[in-house]
Design a protein around this ligand. Structure first.
Ligand SMILES: [Zn+2]
Length: 285
């Protein structure tokens, strides 16, 4: 299958992990699972077992996610980046795709935002409705039918790497945003220190991740779908539990300052649709 970022079919490296194969595009560097699982097989992965996994750690996850979103300029208690409307009286709105149990989304609802979730797993969507009283549609962003041009913020943390059509997701996210709205994405960074150190044993090289983006390939994909990346930050360096433990603090700090962190967050706005960065580079050769 060709690379969805640049269209090349050439691959230059492969990782085997958890019974699947990741190949790296020889042209643009995007890692992809090849072959990709079919949509039905993907949906089947987010049932009751996934709910149990999520509920075990979702409040920790909420705290970590709020910290990274704040770093990128999105805080439930503050006005979102962009225009909050005349006098600020308009109710701010957020759409979270892949909201799982709703733990993160509930922080926005509690702060007065109009909060909408989309979640593929029905048991998780139902949990979010009953536990947090959230408005959650079961499905994908493509099937959810959310109102276009209506959200100040579209948030997807640890989601885009699970999708087999990331471009179609970005187009729908673009459609859902207000003209001054912002997209926030959190995903593992395949150019980070941990990925380079661990290779196929990297904790994010797992069966559920269909793509492994980097601080280079995700901005290129966003640009090719008409987004302007306004902020990119990374965090996490030395793997937790890896020896020697004393290296964790300095390596984490170095990884963050060099943009080599294990996980990245991007904030993007709706810019003019333009050619992806790699195409401009390639045409100069
Ligand atoms: Zn490529």
């Amino acid at each position: 299958m060709p690379c969805p970022l640049c269209g090349s079919s050439a691959a230059r490296a492969a990782w085997r992990a958890q019974g699947v194969v990741f190949v790296r595009c020889a042209s643009c560097g995007l890692w992809r699972q090849d072959p990709q699982p079919v949509a039905e097989a993907i949906a089947a992965r987010y049932g009751d077992e996934y709910l149990a996994y999520e509920t075990e750690r979702h409040m920790d996850y909420r705290a970590i996610s709020l910290l990274s979103l704040a770093e990128a300029g999105l805080r439930p208690e503050a006005a979102p980046p962009g225009d909050a409307g005349p006098g600020g009286e308009r109710r701010r709105s957020v759409l979270e795709i892949g909201c799982a149990t709703g733990a993160l989304l509930s922080a926005f609802a509690e702060a007065g935002w109009k909060a909408t979730g989309v979640e593929i797993g029905e048991s998780m969507a139902e949990y979010a409705r009953t536990r947090f009283g959230l408005d959650v549609v079961t499905g994908t962003l493509e099937t959810a039918g959310v109102e276009g041009g209506s959200f100040d913020a579209v948030v997807a943390t640890h989601l885009i790497e699970h999708l087999n059509e990331p471009r179609s997701f970005l187009r729908e996210a673009r459609r859902a945003l207000r003209p001054d709205g912002k997209l926030f994405l959190v995903t593992p960074n395949s150019d980070g220190f941990q990925a380079r150190l661990m290779g196929s044993r990297w904790r994010s090289a797992i069966r559920d991740h269909l793509y492994l983006f980097s601080a280079r390939t995700l901005p290129a994909l966003l640009a090719s779908e008409g987004f302007d990346v306004e902020y990119l930050g990374t965090w996490g360096g030395w793997p937790a539990g890896m020896r020697p433990a004393w290296l964790k603090r300095p390596i984490d700090a170095a990884a963050k300052s060099l943009g080599l962190g294990d996980v990245m967050i991007l904030r993007a706005s709706l810019g003019a649709r333009k050619e992806p960065v790699w195409k401009r580079t390639a045409s100069k050769r």
